[in-house]
Design a protein around this ligand. Structure first.
Ligand code: SIN
Length: 497
């Protein structure tokens, strides 16, 4: 059984390769669990009650540099395995994750706070990327291209990028890791993951299961410690060829600048500010349900959460009535209790930011239609506020809210709402509800977003390309496109006579 009590997690250790002197470099057998050289640790707390549930090491710069060395050493050996072998190991990892799903979900809820039903859902979601890329490992095709001269041949090879590093966020402690690690390993890359300091336990548990599955030590390493120190190594070390990051646009910008000196390949999944448009012909019950799904997943702490809700003036009152009734059914509280729909926010800073946004909107004339008070269940819990009459030029319409506040605005015509929906530096996800076919195409094509949901608030799945445009980043995760971020194209020109 994999539980908080029984894994290496409580031994305050990280999963890194150890480059033991004299080891046989043809064997992938280096590595294992290590503690910080300094003995220093970071506390991991449960956001619902503030209890410390574990500690993880603060690895030194030298320890992380050693991990990079191991990654570099084992990468060609891993890449030399056949696609079938890499695929089978990924599959075995996925089987073990399935077998330990309940324990992993409990670990996730303990460190992140999301309701158990969402943690279970995230484990399935996370694992679907491993299964997807286990299959994709066998479909990394190159090309032949008709050459200019008859005595030449042009061949295009797809080869692994090499050593990759991932810096991952606390809002999806498993899925944001697997959708980077699985394509990397499938392509023949090695990977060093730095999980968020708030949620390292799920990452370490996934690493332990990868070892149990037989993925050789050093192929996947999980390092914890101070973000600045680890970030500097992972962005600055020339042995690392690629960095993949999910998190805020602000941090993404800094990491990109840090990677400039070594010209790394990058994938950036950054902030969002998703518009959610309800046209006058929409099915309002379905739109309200879709909004609940898009707004309240993970208590509103999702990059693709509906952030700005635009409802056509003719149906606004009716829609708000339906929506507010549905919101009233949501149960706020301890994620560990079955039946909870909304857990706590991740920390006090998140709660303070939400309060400020709500207050400044109210001062600017917004109307509170639901919720809005602190919730008795816990310090970081809040009743989900629904506010209408929000104005486009206020902070709430221009920042990623990352809290369960629904900010509703009205619109009168299609061109105007498209212009307002696009009036942001972000371009991750957008949603709209209509059953009009011609409008569907017009709106989808005009929205400046990487992902668009029509008549649905749930768009994420492993078969689809996840990613943004504008300052929401670049690169795609999942789908047949996701592997591209972990391969490089080599053109081979052969003169044959
Ligand atoms: C995110 O918040 O970045 C991820 C959401 C998802 O994968 O659905």
């Amino acid at each position: 059984m994999l539980t908080l009590k029984h894994t290496n997690l409580l031994k305050t250790q990280c999963l890194v390769g150890l480059d033991s002197e004299g080891s046989d470099t043809n064997e992938l057998n280096d590595g294992g669990w290590v503690s910080a050289d300094s003995g220093e640790t970071i506390k991991v707390t449960n956001p619902f009650n503030g209890e410390t549930i574990a500690t993880v090491p603060i690895l030194s710069r030298e320890q992380v540099l050693d991990a990079v060395g191991v990654s570099k050493k084992v990468q060609p050996i891993w890449a030399n395995k056949t696609a079938d072998e890499r695929s089978a190991l990924l599959s075995k990892w996925a089987d073990l994750i399935d077998a330990h799903k309940e324990d992993l979900a409990r670990i996730m809820t303990a460190e992140q706070g999301k309701p158990l039903k969402e943690s279970r859902g995230e484990m399935d979601y996370a694992n679907s990327y491993i299964r997807w890329f286990s299959a994709e490992a066998k479909r990394i095709y190159g090309d032949t291209i008709p050459a200019k001269n008859s005595n030449e041949r042009i061949v295009v090879l797809k080869q692994p990028v090499g050593v990759c590093a991932a810096i991952t966020p606390w809002n999806f402690p498993a899925a944001m890791i697997t959708r980077k690690v699985a394509p990397a390993l499938a392509a023949g890359c090695t990977m060093i993951v730095k999980p968020a300091s708030e949620t390292p336990l799920t990452a370490l548990a996934l690493g332990e299961l990868a070892l149990q599955a037989g993925i050789p030590k050093g192929v996947l390493q999980i390092v914890t410690g101070k973000s600045k120190v680890l970030g500097e190594v992972l962005t600055g070390d020339e042995r690392i060829q690629k960095l993949t990051f999910t998190g805020s646009t602000e941090v993404g910008r800094t990491l990109m600048a840090q990677c400039a000196d070594t010209i790394k390949k990058l994938s950036m999944e950054l902030g969002g500010n998703a518009p959610f448009i309800v046209f006058e012909d929409a099915d309002l019950e379905a739109a309200a349900e879709g909004l609940i799904a898009a707004k309240y997943r993970n208590a509103g702490q999702t990059c693709i959460c509906a952030n700005r809700i635009y409802v056509h003036r003719d149906i606004k009152e009716k829609f708000v009535d339906i929506y507010v009734k549905q919101v009233a059914e949501l149960k706020v509280g301890n994620g560990m209790e079955e039946g909870t729909d909304l857990g706590p926010l991740i920390n006090q800073e998140a709660v303070d930011k939400a309060k400020d946004l709500l207050q400044s909107s109210m001062e600017a004339g917004a109307t509170l239609n639901a919720g809005g008070r602190p919730h008795e269940a816990g310090d970081l819990c809040c009743e989900p506020p629904g506010i209408t009459d929000v104005t486009q030029n206020r902070d709430i319409a221009n920042t990623e809210i990352f809290a369960p506040i629904t900010a509703i605005m009205t619109f009168d015509d299609e061109a105007d709402v498209i212009q307002r929906a696009n009036d942001t530096i972000f371009g991750l996800a957008a949603y709209f509800y209509t059953n009009d076919l011609a409008r569907s195409w017009r709106v989808c094509e005009a929205l400046e977003y990487g992902m668009v949901g029509q008549n649905t608030g749930a768009i994420s799945n492993a078969a689809a390309p996840f990613g943004g445009v504008k300052q929401s980043g670049f690169g795609r995760e999942g789908s047949k496109y996701g592997i591209e971020d972990y391969v490089v194209t080599k053109y081979w020109c052969q003169k044959i006579g």
